[in-house]
Design a protein around this ligand. Structure first.
Ligand SMILES: [Zn+2]
Length: 316
């Protein structure tokens, strides 16, 4: 198979895992002094693309030292169990709240099937394979690893999920941000720059904690964010403000829809209106049907996550 990937600067490659569609879910490969690390893996079905990328770039499987997972949502981590089987020298670095779920993924599997359904799981995520505990290493806030001498630093970044880490790469002044610095599809780029919105995925969305995290990351003075969805963007104070504004915007929609009879549908409809509106204001000229197609997957999941958040708030 011929993998699709984009070579970025600083020996970083953005691999298109081709989960669901092209330009939707990225995994990254960092190379330094003959050593390599993956950041996120896509899902189980994405692993052939990752291995084909190594082959295409003449990187031996023995040269891969790490699989770093930003968090354990399956579009980021679902492939790790399969991938590690092919990488004899690699370990898996993960947040302490995620580690156990990689070693015994039964709860994670049940949770994902609860959200997406069995059919989706089999068809689009494929499988979820346990990782031997000897291969799993917990990465804590402030921990540093060296990739052939290149320093990568872990930062605890709750808000999207409590098991979320970001990775700071001093060399590129970039943050491998998983879902924490938002979702931004290249189709929505305009003269005004990038359009960013928050994936408020179930079940740990926490708006204020997330905003605090975004502001904390901004103090690093990053130049780039390497987003899972999708590819590298320049990340500025304006990017952070946009993301925080839309976290609040999504929360306002959830609150307004809280007492609607068909709450999920009400949230989803309002979210779509909101996204189409911000796209118009951003100068996006794609026709509406195309925009709806691109937003579709996020709408369902974001609406579910906001519903879970409302239920938790109601219990406080
Ligand atoms: Zn996620």
């Amino acid at each position: 198979m011929k993998p699709t990937y984009h070579e970025l600067e600083f020996n970083i490659t953005c691999i298109d895992t081709e989960h669901m569609r092209k330009d939707f879910v990225a995994a990254y490969l960092i190379e330094h002094n003959g050593r390599a690390a993956f950041v996120d893996t896509g899902c189980h079905l994405s692993v052939p693309n990752l291995l084909a990328t190594l082959k295409e770039k003449n990187i031996e499987v023995e040269a891969v030292d790490h699989i770093i997972l930003t968090h354990i949502h399956l579009d980021h981590a679902g492939g790790a169990g399969e991938l590690i089987k092919h990488l004899p020298n690699a370990n898996v670095l993960v947040h302490e709240r995620g580690a156990q779920h990689l070693i015994d993924p039964s709860k994670l599997r049940a949770g994902v099937i609860g959200v997406y359904g069995e059919l989706f799981f089999k068809q689009f995520l494929g499988d979820l394979i346990p990782i031997p505990s000897s291969k799993v290493v917990i990465a804590k806030d402030g921990n540093i690893i060296s990739l052939g001498g290149r320093i990568l630093k872990f930062i605890d970044t709750p808000g999207h999920a409590r098991h979320h880490l970001c990775i700071w790469d001093e060399q590129s002044r970039g943050i491998f941000s998983g879902d924490t610095l938002g979702v931004s599809y290249r189709e929505f780029d305009t003269e005004q720059g990038v359009l960013i919105f928050p994936p408020t995925t179930p079940v740990q969305f926490d708006p204020q904690v997330w905003i605090d995290t975004v502001n904390k990351l901004l103090t690093l003075k990053p130049k780039f964010a390497y987003l899972t969805h999708f590819n590298r963007i320049e990340f500025t104070k304006e990017s952070a403000d946009m993301l925080n504004q839309h976290i609040n915007g999504f929360v306002a929609i959830a609150k307004k829809s809280a007492n609607e009879e068909s709450r999920h549908k009400a949230i989803k409809d309002s979210l779509l209106k909101y996204l189409l509106n911000i796209a118009t204001q951003h100068g996006v000229e794609l026709d509406e049907q195309q925009q709806i197609k691109l937003f579709k997957g996020d709408l369902e999941i974001c609406a579910q996550g906001l519903g879970v958040w409302l239920d938790k708030e109601a219990q406080k």
